[in-house]
Design a protein around this ligand. Sequence first.
Ligand code: PLP
Length: 351
Amino acid sequence: MSWEENVRRVEPYVPGEQPKCDNVIKLNTNECPYPPAPGVEAAAHKLVADRLRLYPDTDATKIVDALATYYKVKPEQVFVGVGSDDVLSMVFLTLFHSDKPVLFPDITYSFYDVWAKLYDIPYECILLDEDFCIRKEDYYRPNGGIVIANPNAPTGVFMPLSEIEDILQHNPESVVVVDEAYVDFGATSALPLLEKYENLLIVQTFSKSRAMAGARIGFAIGSEKMIRYINDVKFSVNSYTMSFPVQEIGAEAVKDDAYFREIVDKMIRTREWTKEELSKLGFTFPDSYTNFIFATHRTERAEDIFSYLKSKNIYVRHFKKPRIDNYLRISIGTDEQMQILIDTLKEYLKC
Ligand SMILES: *Cc1c(COP(=O)(O)O)cnc(C)c1O
């Protein structure tokens, strides 16, 4: 017998590539092309190194309070974590402890099944329809929880709030998690439904619309009771997840709503322009409510386009997975970057 027989073996999540060189146009991990709010830089400069001797505030009070004020909920309804990946991981570990399967779509954020396997949670992937839409009726079956990314990734498709509510109404005995990583780019948040549904949990992140993927900040908003359960598990794993500097700069970012709206609007305008240009070049895509476009070309193979773009130092995302392997997920960069992308595609397509 070898020690290896006792090892917990997992097939890890594969994140998008982070190229080591600087001269690339990076449209492969849905980062924001603009810097975070100016106050973030100022707060970073004010940090005093001596403060690092001490452990950070385990309750992350400053950032929790800032989020509670911004979203008009009680601080007791907010859970923060090191990116929404950390938040979702704690959510899976805490809230999905049933013999019945947790349900999520077959095409969605590819971390969900990784956590389910890691924590031995039974799960079932429900097929999206041909247009990559979620059929709410598919979620009327017995389950141990439901996870829906809305808008969905990597498709960009947004499910109307009435359908989220319909799923909540049909599942009063399950936790329904809505992962709103991309909600700020023109979709509608399920936050107002919290008053009516104690079993709803909303997860969001600073990584996309708040331009802070490198800081690793995510959060969940739900009933006080549910947040308490998640905190109990979190404090059983690691009390000091969010570092002191990150708590400071994160709180600062939330305060500058004008800047937040400005960069989000800019990205939406660039997205709409990119949609038009891609259509002219023969691409089709589900209508995107996110900071990326999930596109397929009428005649050219996605993998070939991907390789050509990469040879020109433009990185987009290609998933070698059933049903979506002829699609490219293209993040929205600056206007200049998207112009270069379109010009490069024109070169490739010889049009
Ligand atoms: C990006 C993303 C996350 C994770 O973001 P963090 O950087 O860990 O906050 C979670 N869910 C979806 C659907 C995402 O696209």
